[in-house]
Design a protein around this ligand. Structure first.
Ligand code: BGC
Length: 381
């Protein structure tokens, strides 16, 4: 991973470690978010961690990258676990995070050769994944310090996260004013509302990069989790994981999750697309398409704990990444080494490389318009 010198850490460690079972004491109901120092960047910028809880869900969020550092929910016997992969210290997030828990932007997923043309002008972006741009370039939104403001509204508690991306940052045109709202509802749902405006035409695709393991991070692989995705098609990719432009049917392929099946069931099928992704790492074309409100699109369930995650979104796509590139070189917040398949990402979004694919739904944002998308994560046992 490429590192910007300014962001190398000056020996920062967390004031507290992500709590596992029976961890931090949160008042029941929607208590006001609590702020603590998490570490400092080498330029002295302080990074804070916010803890919030509501309806049985506990969330810890860093001002760095808007990172979900821990998300704790209970199992059917009332035992809490952190179901999101991450680190217990800022230095690891800065130096080696594969986007653990992060807010991803300005363009989540890949852009072919780090280039796109808009209104007759071609923009060359920061290239950070072979010859392509991944998740907004070398210093994407996941590596920025966000301005965080807590709120309590009725029975909701949450955080407003704001970041302004300068015109030309990572090669993208337009000053992008971004506001992301994390809300915990009294039912324990975690809702994300993304908003952005620009002063010049640009492209935007914001998402969240939580690695889920509903048995608890550090508990081994997610291959026995049951997953269902409401999608009859997916976007096949080339060897660089750039979509070919085709919307292929999932029927009869390892990509068919229309009926729940275990994540590991077809992960070793020698299908060309599985080989390219070293597992599953693709965009599913959601049957519901773009909707005005979030609609249910996917269910993930861990049979051992009973913990269940349901996702609703108004976005047209879902990148399901089965943690293929976790390779035993990172130690997680619970003290275990993360290996392939120890977590999976379900990233609601527009399709990868849309700016270069005229047939895909547009990701162009123009001045005077507001980009708005929402995703809701509901938990159950
Ligand atoms: C992508 C993977 C990539 C990972 C980086 C995912 O969103 O789909 O290809 O390796 O992010 O952690």
């Amino acid at each position: 991973m490429e590192l910007n010198r300014r962001t190398v850490i000056a020996g920062a460690t967390a004031a507290g470690i992500a709590a596992g079972a029976g961890g931090t004491a949160h008042a029941a109901g929607g208590s006001r978010p609590v702020k603590e120092l998490f570490g400092s960047l080498t330029d002295g910028t302080k990074v804070h961690r916010w803890s919030l809880a509501n309806g049985g869900t506990r969330l810890k969020v860093l001002s760095y990258g808007g990172i979900v550092q821990a998300l704790e929910i209970s199992d059917r016997r009332g035992r809490y676990a952190n179901v999101s992969l991450g680190f217990d210290n800022l230095a690891d997030y800065v130096s080696s995070s594969p986007y653990f828990g992060a807010l991803v932007g300005r363009y989540g997923n890949r852009l072919d050769k780090g280039r796109f043309t808009l209104d007759g002008r071609t923009y060359q972006l920061s290239v950070n994944d072979g010859e392509n741009t991944l998740h907004g370039g070398a210093q994407g939104f996941d590596k920025r310090v966000w301005d965080v403001e807590p709120f309590v509204k009725g029975t909701d508690v949450g955080l407003y996260l704001r970041y302004t991306s300068a015109d030309g940052e990572m090669g993208f045109p337009g000053t992008l004013r971004t506001k992301v709202t994390y809300t915990l509802t009294r039912h324990g749902d975690w809702r994300i509302d993304y908003e952005a405006t620009t002063d010049r035409a640009t492209v935007v695709n914001l998402t969240s990069h939580v690695y889920w393991n509903l048995a608890g991070e550090s508990s081994g692989t997610v291959y026995d989790h049951q997953l269902a995705i409401e999608a009859s098609r997916f976007t096949p990719v080339d060897a660089g994981l750039i979509p070919t432009g085709e919307l292929a049917r999932v029927a009869g392929t390892p990509f068919d999750f229309r009926r729940a099946k275990s994540v590991g069931e077809d992960i070793r099928v020698p299908h060309q697309q599985v080989l390219y992704g070293q597992g599953l790492d693709h965009n599913w074309v959601l049957d519901k398409g773009i909707t005005s409100r979030p609609e249910h699109i996917a269910t993930l369930r861990d049979p051992s704990s009973g913990r269940t995650l349901r996702i609703a979104t108004n976005e047209p796509g879902l990148q399901f990444y089965s943690g293929n590139f976790l390779d035993g070189t990172l130690t997680g917040s619970g003290g275990s080494v993360y290996r392939q398949g120890d977590g999976l990402c379900l990233e609601t979004q527009h399709f990868p490389d849309s700016p270069n694919q005229p047939a895909f739904p547009s990701t162009v944002l123009r001045p005077g318009r507001t980009y708005r998308t929402s995703t809701v994560h509901s938990f159950d046992v």
